[in-house]
Design a protein around this ligand. Structure first.
Ligand code: ADP
Length: 594
């Protein structure tokens, strides 16, 4: 049963109960009032009749005179009127005439007459022995000069009284029925008015529960229900605000998690993954449907499992450096934090492969620099000591030793200045003294440096740079260094009689626009093996250490060239075939012109 039916039924119940008890009370009260009124009317009529009779009655009277008078008065009053003599004889009756009147029996024993005689008035409801109908009688003594001359009696048929009474009760019943119908209609209407907002509220709460958070109830009244609806709307606004705040926070958190380099993973007590950010997905190589799957099932990293177990058992933060799988070969710092009360664990994976690689490179670099410095220093030290200790050494030998000392000290000096240059370029503090220049303007300075070398090794330089090429905006001195290092290498690693070709063209990083000048330095030398091609730009990397050192190289030339180009927003790469030759390409962006 819904609330409206319940309310309506109880309302109707109350109304009916009230109407029923009021009907009962009013019925009996009205009956009493009507009864009293009829009686008092009879009394008034009897009194008036008595006064009239006292005045009109002659001292000596006959049946006929009295009866005529009584008939007239009875007809006027619309009642049965009887005049009874003090001896009980009936002298006049509005219902009896003539013989019938005379034959009427002695009325002195009638109760109302007795009471009138004894108490001044008498009233009774009883059946008339004369007419055999029920009457209400009211009798008063009639006296003249303090002498009783008879009784005047007024009678009303009970039928009339009962009819008047039942008419009243019928009226009451009709009024009750009409009242009940009106009350029921009003009840239905007013319960409707109460239930309607509640229904609306129910609908709105349902739609809010279904996700329609912006739904609001329309408030029409200011009563308690209206206030309830208003408060509900207020509450919904607050909830909406809170949800907005939470979604902003969530979005913020998601953005952070999605864009951070650290992998973040959530696992539950059963080691099942409940969340993983993109970095974690990539680091652990998680499949598409990883949520709800056990971590060990997807990624068998024993160290990670052991760390998780440690966090579970100790219920504290566990930390370890772990190698993440054979495929990725990456080293990671893994921190596992238990989330209190949730029996969940946050796993944060910080990939430190790059840091470790840098650390290794740094360590290698220190070792390389020490080694590179130590070799010439030991040689210089050895020759200098021999010269000092052995004065008998022939002057030709001494000269040879001094030349070697000079050669090694020159190498040391070259090494140190290359290292300084590289450190300067790597620091990013280099202030480029840029100016526009055409590549062909470099030809003469290059020939000044290399002409004797070319002559000696019979290597030919072919300079094939078109005049139409636009100028480049570069730090002239540094840019010259790139050419010198590349041509120097080409000469060093090209057998006598070989050929070096320097050419250039326009190019672009995207197919539509021409936005860079690309230079090629090609030789017909020994070439670089495939496995070394990606490493020749590393510091101190040399394909053949012995040969390179003999050639006087420091192993820093290509690293310096690469950094000079990086400073100019350029890039460098190579193509090579063993025994056939090598081509170094480098590209420079054209700034402000084509
Ligand atoms: P280096 O001073 O030893 O020449 P670089 O950094 O200039 O040092 O070069 C690194 C290594 O790359 C060289 O040791 C050499 O093995 C290789 N290399 C560089 N240029 C060439 C080339 N044109 N042909 C063959 N090998 C080359």
């Amino acid at each position: 049963m819904n609330i409206r039916t319940q309310l309506t039924l109880s309302y109707i119940g109350i109304v009916l109960l009230v109407l029923f008890s009021m009907g009962l009370y009013l019925g009996s009260a009205l009956k009493g009032v009507l009864d009293k009124r009829i009686t008092s009317e009879l009394e008034v009529q009897a009194s008036l009749t008595r006064e009239f009779l006292i005045e009109q009655l002659p001292d000596q009277f006959t049946y006929e005179e009295i009866d005529n008078l009584v008939d007239r008065l009875g007809e006027a009053g619309n009642v049965r009127l009887t005049f009874i003599g003090s001896d009980g004889r009936v002298w006049g009756d509005s219902e009896r005439d003539g013989e019938a009147l005379i034959e009427m029996d002695d009325h002195s024993s009638r109760r109302e007459v007795q009471d009138a005689k004894d108490f001044g008035s008498g009233m009774i409801d009883r059946e008339s022995t004369t007419t055999e109908t029920e009457y209400r009688y009211f009798a008063l003594p009639v006296e003249r000069n303090q002498k009783l001359i008879g009784f005047c009696r007024v009678a009303l048929p009970m039928e009339d009284i009962n009819f008047a009474l039942s008419r009243q009760q019928r009226m009451l019943l009709y009024a009750s029925i009409v009242g009940s119908i009106l009350a029921i209609l009003f009840g239905i209407f007013s319960t409707g008015a109460i239930v309607k907002p509640i229904k609306k509220l129910t609908q709105i709460t349902q739609s809010i529960a279904g996700g329609e958070i912006s739904s609001r109830v329309e408030v029409k009244s200011n009563n308690e229900l209206g206030q309830l609806l208003q408060n509900f709307n207020l509450m919904t606004d607050r909830v909406h605000e809170q949800i907005d705040k939470i979604s902003i926070e969530k979005h913020r958190l998601e953005t952070i998690l999605n864009n951070m380099n650290e992998g973040v993973l959530l696992v539950n007590g059963a080691s099942e993954i409940t969340y993983a950010n993109p970095a974690a997905v990539e680091m652990l190589n998680l499949p598409d449907m990883y949520v709800g799957r056990a971590l060990i099932e997807i990624n068998r990293i024993p160290e990670l499992q052991a760390l998780l177990l440690e966090a579970e058992q100790t219920d504290t933060v566990a930390y370890a450096e772990i190698r993440l799988g054979n495929l990725m070969e990456s080293e990671a710092e893994v921190t596992i934090v238990p989330v209190a009360a949730e029996s969940e664990y946050v796993i944060v994976i910080h990939d430190v492969s790059h840091v470790r690689k840098l650390e290794r490179i740094r360590a290698d670099f220190v070792a390389n620099v020490s080694h590179e410095l130590k070799t010439p220093l030991t040689t210089i030290h050895g020759y200098a000591e021999t010269l000092l200790n052995d004065s008998s050494t022939k002057s030709k030998k001494r000269k040879e030793f001094i030349v070697k000392i000079l050669k090694h000290s020159a190498r040391l000096s070259r090494l140190v200045s290359d290292l300084l240059e590289l450190a300067r370029l790597e620091s990013g503090d280099v202030e480029l003294k840029r100016s526009q220049c055409h590549l062909n303007s470099l030809y003469e300075p290059i020939m000044d440096i290399f002409e004797p070398v070319f002559d000696e090794s019979e290597v030919i330089l072919k300079w094939e740079i078109p005049e139409s090429l636009p100028q480049v905006n570069v730090d002239h001195q540094l840019f010259m260094q790139v050419f010198v290092n590349l041509i120097d290498n080409a000469v060093k690693y090209t057998p006598d009689g070989g050929e070096i070709e320097v050419s250039a063209e326009l190019g672009g990083t995207n197919s539509e626009a021409v936005n860079e000048v690309i230079v090629h330095v090609k030789d017909t030398g020994i070439g670089i093996p495939l496995e070394s091609q990606s490493r020749v730009f590393e510091r101190f990397y040399r394909v053949d250490k012995g040969r390179a050192r003999k050639m006087g190289g420091t192993g820093l030339g290509l690293a310096i060239a690469k950094h000079i180009l990086l400073c100019h927003d350029g890039r460098i790469w190579l193509e090579s075939e063993l025994g056939q030759g090598t081509v170094f390409h480098f590209a420079l962006p054209i700034i402000g012109q084509v």
